[in-house]
Design a protein around this ligand. Sequence first.
Ligand code: GLC
Length: 701
Amino acid sequence: MQLSSLTKDKRNLLASMSLEEKLGQLTMIRPDAAEVRKARAGSILDLQEPGSIHKLQEVAVSGTRLGIPLLFALDVLHGYGTTFPVPLAEAAAMDPALWEATARAAARETAAAGIALTFAPMLDVARDPRWGRIVESPGEDPWLASRFAEAKVRGFQGVALAGSSAIAACAKHFVAYGAVTAGREYAPVDVSNRTLHEVHLPPFAAAVEAGVATVMPAFTDLAGVPMTIHKGLLRDWLRVRHGFDGVIVSDFNAIAELISHGVAADIVEAAALALNAGVDIDMASGAYLAGLPEALSRGLVPEADIDAAVMRVLDLKARLGLFEQPFAREDAMRPGDRQSHRDLAREAARKSVVLLQNRGGVLPLAKPVRLLVAGPLADAAGEMLGPWHAAGQAGEAVSYLQGLRRALPDWDIAHFEDFAAAGAREAAGNADVLLLCLGETAAMSGEAGSRAKPDLPDGQAALLKEASSFGKPIAVVLTSGRPVMEPFLFEAADAVLAAWFPGSEAGNALADILTGKANPCGKLPVTWPAEIGQIPIFHAQRPTGRPASELRESSKYLDASVAPLFPFGHGLSYTQFAYGGLRVSPEAVGPEARISVEAEVENLGPAAGEETAFLFIRDVTASVTRPLLELRGLAKIKLDPGQKGTVRFELGAGDLAFPDEDGSPRLEAGAFEILVGPGADKSGLLCHTISLALPKSSAPS
Ligand code: GLC
């Protein structure tokens, strides 16, 4: 296969391209060999099968005038063939090294299929469990989401994009998609400038800083400006202020949907608005091919902008090594990789499970017991993969029941979908423990998966009620893409494990947890509301002039508590950890100071375990109200029973700053609380106050 000499020099290549060939490079479509042959597509999405990918690449490099290779793209959010836990689950692992490792493994499998771009990581800070895409998110905290962004970009892109196992990452959905009105999918978004800079933009800044190759604007508007045409954020903030020089790819059909948004009268205007805002690739709408020629002739867009967009696309393909070796990635997998990825998936699933409650120490099932396993998710291997599972196959996933039977071949494990089945009630009467596998199917989560009542789906509360009638200990494995609000669940069940969608190794990982072979260490990356009516509820709430108190005239409800069911960072263990000995130095700091924070953690309980300690700050008095808690660090420590250890953090004075109206970091003198502990329940945090002094000259007005 001989590439034309032109393709080796992009500038000459650009000069040789017709307008249609240029617009073809700005067009991403679902597989269509005829369009590729006519050079009317430069990238292909949603083709998964390696043989088909190879064939279509051959059409492009050998069957077109210029032989420009295609960029193949797919939503590989948490695994290609091996499915890792969904992003919200992985966030619960609170483990940047793990996040990077699973992205690296996913990149290797994806590259081996011939795909060189993933539409991931999704970086929308999400604080509304009604929104289906919370499952794809790193949770409610911008600091955590920023660390997630860095780890995933490093994992997917490796040390060099041209590497045979490297794939380009895509920071999406830019920006504030997680703040859709009422948690309703694709609904309008309207957040303040301060919230935009404080909550929603930081993960994207982190992704750009980490070198992310592409960015995808959200479907949604922001205060009336659809993100697909948001010049202020796409050009000024992303490209100019943060120096992003990669490719901006629209979301699916988003350019054409500008007409539905009511900001474009027709496809010509839609195409012009998107190109002028800086969108390089039109995904699946055909707007650029259909609308830009007339937009050009009507003077709505300069050809220079088209050329600039084409150069960015050609540059990405060159950085990926596609011109020199369009098929190099096919050799990305090495002997043993497949098994090591499965092992990693099992480790990731173990670390992502959150033990929400464990009344009476029902778990772990440390000695042989007669187990009755029931519920719609008990033997549903396919559901374990979650809503975005790329090439993951149900047949290769391990259900909870399969995992338990494999781990405990000598145990008496009965399985019934429900208690209506013949023999089920008798089995329940004979069982020592009832294990109910409840929750959502994958289709109840993810894109277009918003739920106005995110409770236990139909019939499951009744199943749980019936299980309660047997008077036996009940453990629930909850599969879901979000916090599930069902008060009865937490009343009736003794133990509840939030398993999210654990991926290919679900059953093996849960068996490890249920039997105590692994001690659960996951921590909630989202606040778990007690009531739907509390939404949105999250740890970084701003204070109010009338904090909740026993006074009627205070910030509270007449008919519900203001406290969440479980706070951000909540997660039990089979052992107990105690915190003490907080040390912060220096206590008086200047703008260049490095602040050292240490605390002692002790394992008081019967089992070895891993604890995640969180570092929060609270800016006590500032020129604007500051959140009650702001996450600024996490540290993990493994301790044997009786062992004590030290967790250490380091802060720069810059970590005490907050974004000004235009997003510039603003540092103000005054008192800051430094807090360390197991989660965002302030009553459980060690606290020490330091003071920041600023030279007169630098003190803000
Ligand atoms: C979808 C999603 C986006 C995804 C894209 C391609 O509609 O919004 O996250 O990457 O289309 O599948």
